[in-house]
Structures are given as C-alpha cells and as structure tokens.
Design a protein around this ligand. Structure first.
Ligand SMILES: Nc1ncnc2c1ncn2[C@@H]1O[C@H](COP(=O)(O)OP(=O)(O)O)[C@@H](O)[C@H]1O
Ligand SMILES: [Mg+2]
Length: 214
C-alpha cells in the first residue's frame, strides 16, 4: 500500500504543527521518520493511522480513502494501550473482532508469542508485565491482523537492549514476508540505518532533507 500525504496542514489551538505539501511512503518499503522532539512526528502518524481526522489536506492509501482501507492499517503507540486481560487475549482480540476461528487465532497468537519470546507471558495479565514486555505484546497484537500498513511510534524506546534485535528482526521479517508498508518513528539513527529503506526528516512540522543521514 502506497501512502501519499498532500497539502497537509494540522494545527492545535491555532498553532500550526504540521505543514507538508507532499510526502509519499512507498509500497512495501520501511520508511523511518526522524526529527527532534515536538517536530510533529507522532501527530503525522496519528493522521495517517486515521486516529486524528481533524486536519486539512489529503491522505491517500494506494489511491483509496481511509474508510476503505482502515482495517488494513494498524498503529503501535509509544505507550502500550493493552486491555486489562491476559496477554493471549490481547493478541487474539483484533482477530476475534474480524471473526477469525479459534484454531487459527490460537495458531497465529502462538507463533507470534514464540517469535517475540513472550510465550511464558501468555496467561499473565497485561497490566502486570514490564514495559519492555508490553512493547513486544503490542507488536504481536499489531502483527496478528497482518496489516498492509504498519505504523510504529518509537517501538523500541522502552525495550531492554537484549530484545531490541528480536523486535527489529520481527519488523524486517514481516516487511519481507508480507510486503507491507512500514513507517517507523525512531530516535536512533543506527536503528533507522539498520531497518529503513528510506528516511524522512521532520523538523518543525515540515519535511527536511534527510539524505545526509545515510
Ligand atoms: N493533543 C495535543 N494538543 C495540543 N498540542 C499538541 C497535541 N499533541 C501534540 N501537540 C503539539 O504538537 C507538536 C508536535 O507534537 P508531536 O507530534 O507529539 O511531536 P513528536 O512526536 O515529533 O515529538 C508539539 O508542539 C506538541 O506539543
Ligand atoms: Mg512523538
């Protein structure tokens, strides 16, 4: 899915925080978004994810409108947002909503938990696990629905270093296997270089020149 942003303007209380004439996220690629705190990165991702619909301009998804593709897009927030239920139930929830049968849910959830090293957490309540564990569960939940666009807001910000590689491998594998479009906000230039096909720099709500970063 190619995502195109055109003539985007977003303001909070009369203050413009995003002003982007044109920006394209290529289909099947991993694009990194970098930039200082408060630059508008999260706001941009929220708009692309359809969470924030209060903006001027257009976002197109391979030529389609948001309403047509919304079930194929998923966002992973900086702060978990898990239900106060078991880890397994959290991962299965979006699949249940989509009417997937129990066996398939069980299989998908098991594979993802295994891949992310969270099998032992399956029966644990999601609000009783650590921040790093939460991020892995949130990623598993996002991947469960096999989204065509996966939007990640600093997914490894609170991750234990030992799981950084697991998460990164998971993101790259998913991209290679599913050809999904992935957008990842990151503070780490090293991470951007490791994962991304393209990098977009956002500064004070505008697209900057990121060429020198590679
Ligand atoms: N809900 C909100 N209400 C008012 N201002 C906001 C809100 N969310 C973000 N902002 C402001 O918009 C700007 C961009 O924020 P954000 O997109 O979170 O930046 P980044 O993710 O790049 O750190 C900041 O100045 C921030 O204070
Ligand atoms: Mg942010």
């Amino acid at each position: 899915m190619q995502i195109t942003v055109s003539n985007l303007k977003k303001s909070f209380g009369g203050r413009t925080v995003l002003d982007i004439e044109s920006l394209t996220f290529e289909s099947g690629k991993i694009t990194g978004i970098i930039g200082p705190n408060g630059a508008g990165k999260t706001t941009l991702l929220n708009i692309i994810a359809g969470i924030d619909m209060d903006f001027e301009g257009e976002v197109e998804y391979s030529g389609e409108e948001y309403s047509t593709v919304k079930r194929e897009i998923t966002m992973v927030f900086q702060k978990g947002g898990l239900l106060k239920r078991s880890v397994f139930e959290n991962i299965s929830y979006p699949l249940k909503l989509r009417g997937i049968n129990k066996n398939e849910i069980q299989q998908t959830a098991s594979e993802l938990m295994k891949f992310l090293g969270i099998e032992e957490l399956s029966g644990k309540k999601a609000h009783k696990i650590s921040g790093g564990e939460t991020q892995r569960v949130v990623l598993a939940r996002a991947l469960a629905i096999k989204p065509k666009a996966l939007l990640l807001d600093e997914p490894t910000a609170s991750i234990d270093p030992e799981y950084m590689e697991t998460i990164e491998r998971c993101i790259v594998d998913y991209n290679r296997n599913s050809k999904a479009t992935i957008i990842i906000i990151t503070h780490s230039m090293d991470q951007a270089r490791r994962l991304c096909d393209n990098i977009v720099l956002i500064e004070r709500g505008r697209v900057g020149e990121a060429d020198g970063f590679f």
